[in-house]
Design a protein around this ligand. Structure first.
Ligand code: NAI
Length: 354
């Protein structure tokens, strides 16, 4: 079912709760907002600004990202659901006006969707969003705190759980970190403090070199890190790094990092599991920022670090189940999340029919 609303937005309802495609001639922009599920609470999801080849590609991305957020919330036991916004980047885009228009659209959802940063969206962009809506998280003073640090803490806890399952300790664990930006550098710091041996790579050579000097680690060329001889590969740069090529080069016994959508396809997860490589599902291990941001939004205060470190126990339990059921952890995590979401939907439907 689709209906055109007051001139500018196309709203589509499907098994997603909402997909809105806005065109704003004044800002010379198109942006989309998707809400996958609010069965567990308001939908959380950042704003991605990206050069999409077509509106259809942007729609596909916003829907996939919104669903991943629902699953992430369900597994992190956050009282929230999944949503996402994407702005189609274009040379003619009036960026300030676009983010203000997006803010108005978020405000019109009256708190069903709460947004914040994602790829391509800066603090200055979020200030524009905030001129039009209350429902935006702005990292910084009075905000939820260091979100990248929260992600790094969760990934670190997840790597500790992974290490146990491959019979290793953190002291001496050989970890290859792909990308030492906001999360990767903080993760590398924690790992170094715990006594791990590190190999670091970044598309920005100088960034990798500086981090390696600080932590007494080794630098690896960006195109060689996936094949590094190590125990754990921690992707903290791009998605879809585990593709056919990576599978032919990978020497690590486990993969655990911050990057979203790390598997190029479910088939790559199955192939790795069959080879005995444990892959910590990205939407479980990288939930630190979501937990910190959502708990701050819902409770008015950041959660204690132990709440985020509990990601380690969740990752460990998933890996144990995967090993005993002989099924890839990604598959089990998706199933558990979807069951929790379906139960929450049923409870909500029962309540509303009373
Ligand atoms: P960032 O942009 O600060 O860091 C990414 C780093 O990767 C940069 O230093 C960049 O130069 C490097 N890089 C890019 N392409 C590379 C390549 N081919 N090989 C090696 N290095 C490369 O991003 P951030 O915030 O650290 O996020 C890292 C990943 O974690 C992203 O995939 C992000 O979507 C994901 N993530 C981040 C969260 C956060 O709290 N910041 C939360 C959940 C997921």
């Amino acid at each position: 079912m689709a209906k055109a609303s007051a001139g500018s937005a196309l709203v589509v309802e499907s098994d997603y709760e909402l997909l809105a495609i806005h065109r704003d001639p004044e800002a010379r922009c198109t942006f989309c907002i998707a809400i996958d599920s609010t069965a567990l609470g308001p939908a959380f999801g950042g704003i991605r600004r990206w050069r999409y080849p077509t509106v259809a590609a942007a729609v596909a991305d916003v829907l996939e990202l919104a669903r991943a957020m629902s699953r992430k919330c369900a597994l992190a036991e956050v009282a929230g659901g999944g949503g996402k916004a994407v702005v189609l980047d274009a040379p003619a885009l009036d960026r300030e006006a676009a983010y203000r228009a997006l803010g108005l659209a978020v405000e019109s959802l009256a708190g069903r969707f709460r947004t914040g940063p994602d790829v391509g969206t800066t603090a200055a962009d979020l200030e524009q969003v905030a001129t039009a809506t209350r429902f935006v998280a702005r990292p910084g003073a009075g905000g939820p705190g260091d979100l990248a640090g929260a992600t790094a803490l969760g990934v670190f806890a997840g790597i500790a759980a992974v290490a146990q399952r491959i019979g290793k300790e953190l002291v001496g664990l050989r970890v290859a970190v792909q990308g030492v930006g906001a999360v990767g550098s903080r993760l590398a710091q924690r790992l170094a403090e715990a006594g791990a041996r590190l190999w670091l790579a970044d598309a920005d050579d100088e960034r990798a070199a500086a981090c390696a000097r600080r932590l007494d680690a080794e630098v690896v060329a960006a195109d060689a890190i996936v094949g590094a001889d190590c125990d754990v590969l921690a992707p903290c740069a791009l998605g879809r790094v585990l593709d056919d090529d990576a599978l032919s080069r990978l020497r690590a016994r486990a993969v655990a990092g911050a990057a979203n959508n790390v598997l190029a396809s479910p088939h790559h997860g199955e192939a790795l599991f069959a080879r005995g490589v444990l892959v910590a599902p990205d939407f479980v291990i990288n939930a630190g920022a979501l937990i910190q941001g959502a708990v701050f939004d819902l409770d008015g205060a950041a959660p204690p670090p132990s709440r985020i470190a509990a990601i380690g126990a969740t990752v460990g339990a998933l890996l144990d189940r995967a090993l005993s059921e002989r099924r890839p952890p990604e598959q089990i995590a998706t199933e558990v999340a979807d069951q929790r979401l379906a139960r929450a939907r049923t409870r909500r439907d029962e309540r509303s029919s009373r």
